[in-house]
Structure formats: structure tokens, C-alpha cells
Write a protein that binds this ligand. Structure first.
Ligand code: OGA
Ligand code: MN
Length: 212
């Protein structure tokens, strides 16, 4: 076997196990990304995207100072969404068997950021207050140019800037939801992503994280 053959592709499960953070270009195949973009186009034309909220359930509010994106929750109603959700189901099962995370289900939304829009630095989950354990973000813009901006900037738990990821179609960013603050920087082009969360089924002193 040549040395090239011994280099295995990046495995997000290994990276999560070792670092709690994974960045994997090409995680979602190009044809699935193309089909997902077509889904988004259709949903946008049908007026099916809504201003994203901040917070959960009854406490949810829209806060334009924090986030500006518009979202649509995936419901698995198209072949593209089914293909995407099947990839995430495979990832969920692999995470559970390697990392014993007990992830039970997955929720995800398309996100559309217009030029200039952002999502300020935040955590996706606070310890003991959320069922979200592992975040996934998958990008859908084909041929993204560095000068367009729109990176996801990830910080350490100590709030030091760790790295910036360009929103290139097919790239998966995944991390432990309560450990990595992150922010979406404004772009000069429309920016498309799917943000999702694997959840555990834990009652939080009677307050169960609502589905959305
Ligand atoms: C989120 C989020 C990141 C991105 O929706 O919580 O952080 O790059 N999205 O779209
Ligand atoms: Mn987030």
C-alpha cells in the first residue's frame, strides 16, 4: 500500500473525539449540495423563510442586533433533504458508538444570510439548560471566494479566536454545542447554510427543550 492510500479522509467522529471540534471539507457530496440549493431557491420563492429567533420556545424572540438570518426548518419532504438527513443519521450513530454521547435526534434549519447580515458571537447550548449536545453546520455556496467574507469564526472556551472557516459548499463544521462560542461574519454575497443540532433526551428540571 502506498503512503497516499494510508491517508484516510478526515473523520469528523475522530476529530470530535479528540478535540470536540471537526472541520471536514467535502462532507456532503456536491450533487446533494446542488439539490439542496434548488430546495432553498424554491422555499425562498414560496416565502417559506422566516426571521430567525434567539432563545428557545416561549422565551424566543427575534433580536436583529444578535442575528439577521432567515431560516426554514428541514422537514425531510424532498429527496435532497432526505439525502442530507441520511448523512447526518450515519454521523449520529457513529458519534454515539465512538463517543457515547447518547444522541437521540436531530433538528436542522436552512439559513439564508443576505449581504451584510451576521450572527453575533454566541453558544448554541448552555450546560444544564439545553438538550443540544453537538452542532453541525454545512455550507451550500458553490465557489465561495475568500474576499466575500462570511466566515464562521470559532473561539475557545476561554474566548480566544481559534479559527475561521469559509462557507464553501459541502464543508461540515461540527462541535460540542456548549464548548465553542462562534460567530457568523458578514459577507458581500448571499450566504447559504444548514445549521443543525443533535440532542439528548434529558429532562431539565421539568423544562424540556422544545423542538424549535
Ligand atoms: C447557528 C450558527 C453558523 C453558520 O445557526 O447557530 O451558528 O455558519 N450558524 O451558519
Ligand atoms: Mn450557532
Amino acid at each position: 500500500m502506498s503512503s497516499a492510500e494510508q491517508i484516510s479522509p478526515l473523520d469528523p467522529v475522530d476529530l470530535i473525539y479528540q478535540h470536540g471540534l471537526a472541520i471536514v471539507p467535502g462532507f456532503i457530496a456536491a450533487d446533494i449540495c446542488t439539490a439542496l440549493r434548488a430546495d432553498i431557491r424554491q422555499l425562498l420563492e414560496a416565502g417559506e423563510f422566516r426571521q430567525a429567533g434567539v432563545g428557545r420556545g416561549a422565551a424566543q424572540q427575534t433580536n436583529q442586533d444578535i442575528r439577521r438570518d432567515r431560516i426554514h426548518w428541514l422537514d425531510g419532504s424532498t429527496p435532497a433533504q432526505q439525502a442530507y438527513l441520511a448523512c447526518m443519521e450515519e454521523y449520529r450513530i457513529a458519534l454515539n458508538s465512538r463517543c457515547f454521547l447518547g444522541l437521540l435526534d436531530y433538528e436542522a434549519h436552512f439559513a439564508h444570510y443576505n449581504p451584510g447580515e451576521f450572527y453575533r458571537k454566541h453558544l448554541d447550548a448552555f450546560q444544564g439548560r439545553s438538550n443540544r449536545r453537538v452542532t453541525t453546520v454545512v455550507y451550500l455556496n458553490d465557489g465561495w471566494q475568500s474576499e466575500w467574507g462570511g466566515e464562521l469564526e470559532i473561539f475557545t472556551a476561554q474566548d480566544e479566536s481559534l479559527l475561521k472557516v469559509e462557507p464553501q459548499a459541502g464543508t461540515l463544521v461540527s462541535f460540542l454545542s456548549d464548548e465553542f462560542p462562534h460567530q457568523v461574519l458578514p459577507a458581500t454575497q448571499p450566504r447559504l447554510s444548514i445549521a443543525g443540532w443533535f440532542r439528548i433526551n434529558q429532562s431539565l428540571a421539568g423544562v424540556i427543550d422544545p423542538a424549535r
